[in-house]
Design a protein around this ligand. Structure first.
Ligand SMILES: [Zn+2]
Length: 57
């Protein structure tokens, strides 16, 4: 599984995500970022920050 704690990228956020694929996980993160953090454009910097925090278990 691929897991991500949003708080590792966005301090103070308690949301956590997990998915069987990295692509699926990123999809959840993108949706959450738009809904909760008003991030509508995933820049390469944001994507790199998110990917660096993904834990694979
Ligand atoms: Zn969040």
């Amino acid at each position: 599984m691929f897991r991500l704690a949003c708080g590792d990228v966005m301090p103070g956020c308690a949301a956590r995500f997990e998915d069987e694929t990295q692509q699926g996980l990123l999809g959840q993160v993108v949706e959450h970022a738009g809904a909760e953090h008003q991030i509508t454009e995933i820049t390469p910097e944001i994507q790199a920050a998110v990917e660096s925090r993904i834990v694979r278990t």
